[in-house]
Design a protein around this ligand. Structure first.
Ligand code: SF4
Ligand code: SF4
Length: 166
């Protein structure tokens, strides 16, 4: 035996509206009371990006590649950060320091290319922990949005802190 929609449909007897309900005024007043109540509550939202909320001290944001006290690049392209990265977000190419470049690079090897794919990064901080040269840090800066995937590939030029003016 097939069951039709009409068999399943249940008739609902609506209670007729009372006189005050037909005026709608009590309902409107009730709604206004809720609206006014919310107008004087502390807002739960912020006007991002004009306003930003303070982050916890434990917050890990964008990376920086650090320099030493003499402004030389600390990174020696040892690859430990890339090895410890669970998201495989770091790639690099190493190069040998040449004669006369001692003021640029702290040690004999340096990262000729260093990239972090921020779409892969989970901001776990393991790269920072693995680095034996204190060369990479996660800052409290929030990773900005971008319209293109390639905008999330942070190159060495984006990560390296600028040289201090002499
Ligand atoms: S923070 Fe974590 S996921 Fe991001 S690059 Fe470093 S190790 Fe990889
Ligand atoms: S950032 Fe640190 S761990 Fe990564 S390659 Fe450079 S020196 Fe090695």
């Amino acid at each position: 035996m097939s069951i039709t929609i009409t068999d399943r449909a249940k008739k609902v007897d609506r209670r007729p509206l009372s006189f005050t309900e037909r005026l709608y005024l009590p309902g409107i007043m009730k709604g206004l009371k809720i609206t006014l109540g919310h107008m004087f509550h502390k807002t739960a939202t912020i006007n991002y990006p004009e306003e930003t909320r303070p982050f916890s001290e434990n917050f890990r944001g964008l990376h920086i590649l650090n320099r030493d006290e003499q402004g030389r690049e600390r990174c020696t392209a040892c690859g430990l950060c890339a090895l410890s990265c669970p998201a495989e977000a770091i790639t690099m190419e190493s190069a040998e320091r040449q004669k006369g470049e001692e003021h640029l690079y702290r040690e004999e090897k340096y990262a000729a290319k260093y990239e972090i794919n921020m779409l892969r990064c989970i901001f776990c901080g393991l790269c920072e922990e693995a680095c034996p040269k204190d060369a990479i840090y996660l800052t409290q800066t929030f990773a900005p949005a971008n319209y293109q995937r390639k905008g999330f590939i942070y190159k060495k030029e984006d990560l390296l802190i600028p040289q201090k003016a002499q």
